[in-house]
Design a binder for this molecule. Structure first.
Ligand SMILES: Cc1cc2nc3c(=O)[nH]c(=O)nc-3n(C[C@H](O)[C@H](O)[C@H](O)COP(=O)(O)O)c2cc1C
Length: 311
């Protein structure tokens, strides 16, 4: 018998979020899923996660928007996207035909906008859950400005939760002193799950031009360089909250996924790895399955949180 990989990201909620396996893309690295669907059967994945959607369409930040760094990359995309109306009218009808749940990642400029956008997505066929991006480091309004403030994060969560029966996942930033307090505040306002982490603030210098590589100077660091930071936060948050945690940050192999599950994650997201290897998500999924078979693990729940201290 192949190992059981099914996980539930919204146990006991009005709308469930049952995944056939715990592997999904990280927002912003899989576009709307349609492009990847041309290359492989994305219904093999546990879920699909959309690019961050804003109320109005955005063209994003000035170029260059990415810089390569040792063991990772810095990005400052600035939430380039088609806007929520187009997401609902042009993308959701396709998602509704897929046999894989689609999670829409939203980025409000204000707390009210998180509520309004959630209301707009509620009941749209093809949308299984909403992920709040209160952690984007590359925009002037909303994003990390909300996510670095515990009370604002709690209010954004409340605004979303009261406007939908869909599970609300809150994606937290690592750029705070106390991610556990942040996660607990979002849980208290009704978050169904926490996603940890978004990118880590960083900077790269162009020696020839004697200035920062990215026009906004700061960017978000992702990739293998941030894996230990993400693991630490997943571990600490998982110890504290009762809701599921989705681990994200530097995952590119099945063994990376196993580490996150052992640290307490119920599911994992794969981001930057897909840029170098478009099959990264499938490699992570297959790698996880083979690791379980090789190590006699027949249910993924035997791994979830097994590296957490007892109690
Ligand atoms: C190019 C790029 C675009 C991203 N866009 C978003 C986004 O729209 N919304 C969001 O919540 N996170 C976004 N992220 C953050 C990723 O979803 C993820 O949290 C982060 O990259 C860490 O995972 P990784 O190391 O596997 O890439 C983006 C990351 C990258 C590299």
């Amino acid at each position: 018998m192949p190992p059981s990989l099914q996980v539930d990201l919204a146990p006991g909620r009005k709308s469930s979020l049952l995944l056939k396996n715990p592997v999904m893309p990280a927002s912003g690295t899989f576009s709307w899923g349609l492009e990847f669907a041309k290359h492989y059967d994305i219904e093999q994945l546990g879920a699909v996660v959309s690019k961050g959607v804003t109320m109005a369409a955005r063209s994003g930040n000035a170029q260059p928007r990415v810089a390569e760094t040792p063991a990772g990359m810095l990005n400052s995309i600035g939430l380039q996207n088609i806007g929520i109306d187009s997401c609902i009218s042009d993308m959701a009808p396709t998602w509704a035909r897929w046999r894989v749940p689609v999670i829409v990642n939203i980025a409000g400029d204000t707390i009210d906008e998180f509520g309004q956008m959630t209301r707009m997505l509620d009941d749209v066929p093809g949308i299984a859950a909403i992920e709040l991006n209160i952690s984007c480091p590359n925009v002037d309004q909303g994003g990390i400005e909300i996510g670095q403030d515990i009370s604002a994060s709690a209010r954004a969560t409340r605004a979303a939760v009261r406007n939908t029966d869909l599970p609300v996942i809150v994606k937290i930033t690592p750029n705070v002193t106390d991610p556990v307090a942040l996660a607990l505040a979002c849980e208290a306002e009704g978050a169904a799950a926490i996603c940890a982490i978004n990118t880590v603030l960083g900077l790269a210098i162009d020696l020839r031009r004697r200035e920062a590589v990215l026009p906004r100077a700061r960017g978000g660091l992702s990739g293998p360089a941030i894996k230990p930071i993400a693991l630490r936060i997943v571990h600490d948050v998982s110890k504290a909250v009762r809701i599921p945690v989705i681990g994200c940050g530097g995952i590119s192999t099945g063994e990376d996924a196993v580490e996150f599950l052992m640290a307490g994650a119920t599911a994992v997201q794969v981001g930057t790895a897909s840029f170098a290897n478009p099959r990264a998500l499938l490699d992570v999924l297959e790698g996880l399955q083979s690791w379980m078979v090789a190590n006699g693990v027949d249910d993924v729940h035997q791994l979830i949180g097994c590296a957490l201290p007892p109690g």
